[in-house]
Design a protein around this ligand. Sequence first.
Ligand SMILES: Cc1cc2nc3c(=O)[nH]c(=O)nc-3n(C[C@H](O)[C@H](O)[C@H](O)COP(=O)(O)O)c2cc1C
Length: 359
Amino acid sequence: MPHLFSPLTIKDITLRNRIGVSPMCQYSAEDGMPNDWHFVHLGSRAVGGAGLVIVEATAVEPRGRISPEDLGIYTDQHIEPFKRITAFLKEHGAVPGIQLAHAGRKASTYSPWKEKEAPAAGVPNDQGGWDVVGPSAIPFNEGYKEPKELSVEEIKEIQENFRQATIRAREAGFEWMEFHGAHGYLAHSFYSPLSNKRTDEYGGSFDNRIRFVLETVRVMRQEWPENLPFTVRISSTDWVDDGWTLEESIELSKRLKQEGVDLIDCSSGGNLPKAPIPVGAGYQNLFAEKIRHQADIATAAVGMITQGMQADEIIRNERADLVLLARELLRDPYWPLRAAETVHKKNELHIPPQYERGW
Ligand SMILES: Cc1cc2nc3c(=O)[nH]c(=O)nc-3n(C[C@H](O)[C@H](O)[C@H](O)COP(=O)(O)O)c2cc1C
């Protein structure tokens, strides 16, 4: 029976345990370039024992960044600094993953600590912001910019940028791909009926709303080595009756599996400013469990997983194949080492020799 510290093999990649660092924006880049902050932040979590470290949402074009301080991989110059990070992660036993993203109508916003002093969410163009795009001209919320409705030609250009970013990610040494299809960003805003009011082949019916995601994943999958895991983060529900539903997520996951997707990372929400989300311990685990069993695909559970026993239970009872932690790993990069003690798997840990005397 698998447990939190059993290895997980997908294609040619084996994670040393079932603990992954969920992608987390650091709002610390200049022109999308990773720097020492990213190196130390990500590197620490590899040293801390995680099996998988997924780099934050990394934009495939400059206007696809959430804030001007987001990471990007939209030129060949971005490859080298990422290489330094992936090499270190691998050296310390973690698989390096990257989340490729386009923020769509939620782009050009202030980073959280700048937002506190900002008059509106959107960064004006004369202060480093830019015009935003989406499936329809519906802003996310008050203070956000109104997106320009993308033409079919512009959709294809964005998909081409995803393709090129995928090639760069491979060259940078990443071994785990995550397509960001969640949290109200471009892909989610296409599949959710709340933000997509198009009348062409990219809007309306379920098949039309998921077209952008399926096509983009197809383009990326062709460039991503067959033997490496390709995963997709989705928002499993919009949490409102007239929004995207779990049933639709299950169907989308089946279609993604046919496109060669190996795992679905089951998040939720983000496309509505005030959705009634019942945030609490493991509040999204049910999505990972249902999608895993009903779409017959590997899943990652994420959201308010903070305890070793809680994470172990998810794996043991086959609710998900992997757990991803975000905020708990900000509080403690050594969480995997501590969790191993609480679930009595201390012997299966790899403590860096430099730190052995501390354990
Ligand atoms: C600082 C911070 C930055 C985040 N950035 C991203 C991101 O880049 N991409 C993403 O999909 N989710 C992002 N998230 C969401 C997390 O990956 C995770 O899904 C969420 O925080 C729930 O997990 P937790 O309860 O363990 O924090 C971010 C969360 C935090 C706290």
